[in-house]
Write a protein that binds this ligand. Sequence first.
Ligand code: DX5
Ligand code: ZN
Length: 216
Amino acid sequence: MNHQIAPSILNADFMKLHEVITMLNGSEADLIHLDIMDGVFVPNLSFGFPVISQINAIATKPLDVHLMTVEPERYLERYRDAGANILTVHYEACKDLRQTLKDIKALGMKASVSLKPATDVAVLEPFLEQLDMVLIMTVEPGYGGQSFMEGSYDRLRKLRQMINEAGTGTLIEVDGGVGKQNLVQLRDAGVDVFVIGTSVFRADDPQAMISELKAM
Ligand code: DX5
Ligand code: ZN
């Protein structure tokens, strides 16, 4: 399967959100990545249900919603109703990951779990069968525009091997400090889906940058 590009709008111009989503609709982006932060799980706040719903009303690409929040299980139905197609919860934030993944799927969304950089990928072994995707953080979650952590390649290769051995077809997504400079190396390590924030939205022509990233 070809790799997928999931632009993160975290560092887009929020005063021009309509134009941003229209641009993404017309681009080669596969998904639209939305970062939800609660100021508790991470030291930052972003946006919530009303913004997701309004994006969903005009987006023609699936919404890839990344929850950086404590107790994500409290609001699963509301994320679904707001338009989330893929819902990612953090391993470190879940009290009962197995049940949460079941509930996400029962609501009709794809289920994904994210690991912070310090969490060993081996913790996911018992859950692979329930997972459509795994999101590996390649920076500390909370802010866009940080530098990619070079130590991530070993974790990615290990996870790729675990998934191949389990035969579950679980996709691997990376998030943080990703762009033209490391996409090919990451794909070689087994990554399927690339979340890209600043490299897209700080480019002179974000839509052309998405095409370039997709064609690599
Ligand atoms: C960070 C978010 C990312 C962020 C990525 O906690 O999860 O999705 O927007 O931004 P860049 O690509 O700038 O690292
Ligand atoms: Zn993210």
